[in-house]
Design a protein around this ligand. Sequence first.
Ligand code: CA
Length: 236
Amino acid sequence: MAATSILIVEDEAAIRESLREALARSGFAVEEAANVRQALEASFTTVDLVLLDLMLPDGDGLDVLAAIRRDKPFLPVILLTAKGEQADRVSGLRSGADDYIVKPFGVDELLARIEAVLRRSVDRRENEETIEVAGRTIDLARREIVQEDGSKHTIPEREFELLVYLTNHRDRTVSRDELLARVWGVDPRGLRTRSVDMAVARLRELLGDDSQNPRVIATVRGRGYMLVLSPAEAKD
Ligand code: CA
C-alpha cells in the first residue's frame, strides 16, 4: 500500500520544513505548496489529507478550501491558523474544513489530529450514502445538508459526526456526556463545556431548524438531545 500522502500549504518556509520532516519521519509522503497558486496546481487526487494555512501571500486559504471541496468533497482538510484568526477559523469550519490547529503547535498534537481526521474519513466512507431527517436530505458522501427548499450547505466535520451519531441513535435521548465521549472523544467527567450545545446550535442553523421550537433536533430538558422523527418514519 502506498504511503498516506499529505499536502502542506504554508508560506513560512521554516514551518513547512519542520512539518515535512516530522510527517516524513512518521511515514507520510509529503507534498508542499507555498501559496494559493501552487496549492491549486497540486493534484488533489493523489493527496489523502491537506494541512492548509489560511494567510497566504497571494490570497486566502479559504479559496483553496473551496476549490478542494468542489473537486473532492471527502478529502480531509486541517486548517493551520494563527492566534487571533478566530473569524477565519469559524468560516473555515463552515466551509467544510475538518479540523483546525492553532500555531504554534506541537508535532504530537498535530499527528493526533491527523490520525483522528483520517480515521473519521474512512468510517464515513463505509456509511450509507444519504439519510432523510424531517424533510431534509443528508448527503453523507458529500457531507451536505439539502434543505426542504433545495438549498445545500456543507456540514463541518464535528457537526457532521454529531448528526450521524444522533441519527444512529434516533430512538432515544442522547446525553451531552455521551456525545462528548463518543463524538468528541473526551472524558466528560468533571468537564464543564458548552461545546455540545454550540455544535447543536450550528447544526440547527444548517438544518434550517428553529432554535426556539426545534423540529429536527429536540432538546430534552436536563437530559440531552434527540433527533425528531419525521411523520413518515414515525409511522413504521
Ligand atoms: Ca501564512
